[in-house]
Design a protein around this ligand. Structure first.
Ligand SMILES: [Zn+2]
Length: 297
């Protein structure tokens, strides 16, 4: 039997194997596990919310990932639903949102129309623009105090960013589409370009969302580009927490400044809404805001 060495084929195969190994290494990067940090549960006015310990250290910042409990909505939106367009009564959603704002001390709630895209909205002094365009997107950034940036989720990742040097905040909505489009990188680039942030100053918190325990994609070959298949296990479950951690570090965020809640929304219907579990359901609120110096907020 003659074995003919084909340099071109050898290069293609070895290149493919090398890429696959690199992707697998990235997907299984050990520090992701060490970045899982226990969030702290807080309670006030009968509402419950989680905080990231590294963000809670900063008195100039308010942030919260609220549970689904102790709101006004009836099933299947029970009960602290902040989603306006999921079938719940508008007036009830307004009451839930008002309860959140009251609980945190009075803020202007900033909502964006989330569309699973990559448009990043910047709110800074002097910003002008068409209101409809201004508020459609999946990430929002500001350096203005008193604005509470809201992201609504039921399995998607809310990702909170804070630059304590420049006093800039961002809130990102990243579902699986946002993950493969890398909205994290686009948001951080916007913070660099428009707010003079430096990525190594940023603190990041990846909130409760669909974990690798439940993120099964049986049609992944049609839905998810091959470059991300290294994040898949043998059961076709994807680890989007690991992908976010890697996207944050690739954008320049220091590993020690990245905290991942490790709470899976589908596994915890007692705490969170989950689209995967219930389809018709509410949306949880993740918020972040800058206090004025010496003022409340
Ligand atoms: Zn799960």
């Amino acid at each position: 039997m003659r074995i003919i060495f084909n340099p071109g084929l050898f290069f293609q195969v070895s290149s493919f194997m090398f890429t696959k190994i690199i992707l697998q290494r990235l997907a299984q990067t050990e520090p992701v596990i060490t970045r899982l940090k226990q969030m702290q549960l807080q309670t006030k006015n009968s509402l419950d919310w989680f905080e990231f310990p590294h963000l809670a250290e900063h008195p100039g910042l308010v942030h919260a990932v609220f549970t689904r409990n102790h709101g006004y909505s009836n099933p299947p939106y029970d009960s602290l639903n902040v989603g306006m367009h999921v079938g719940d009564a508008t007036e009830t959603v307004r009451r839930n949102r008002a309860a959140i704002v009251d609980c945190l001390g009075g803020w202007e709630l900033v909502e964006i129309h989330q569309v699973h895209g990559t448009h990043v909205l910047s709110i800074h002094p002097g910003a002008v623009g068409n209101t409809a365009d201004l508020f459609q997107g999946d990430a929002v950034i500001t350096n203005i105090t008193g604005k509470l940036l809201l992201i609504q989720t039921a399995d998607c990742q809310p990702i909170l960013l804070y630059d304590p040097v420049r006093q800039v905040i961002a809130n990102i909505h990243s579902g699986w589409k946002g993950s493969i489009l890398n909205i994290i990188q686009k948001t951080i680039q916007n913070m660099v370009d428009n707010f003079a942030c430096r990525p190594h100053h940023l603190l990041a918190g990846v909130g409760p969302s669909l974990g690798p325990c439940c993120a099964e994609f049986i049609h992944y070959q049609n839905e998810i580009p091959e470059q991300f298949w290294g994040y898949k296990d043998a059961r076709d479950h994807f680890n989007f927490w690991a992908l976010s951690a890697n996207q944050l570090t690739a954008a320049g965020v220091l590993s020690r400044n990245i905290h991942i809640s490790g709470l899976c929304t589908r596994c915890r219907p007692d705490l969170f809404f989950s689209y995967r579990r219930h389809v018709v359901t509410g949306r949880c609120a993740a918020v972040i805001g800058l206090r004025g110096l010496g003022a409340n907020p």
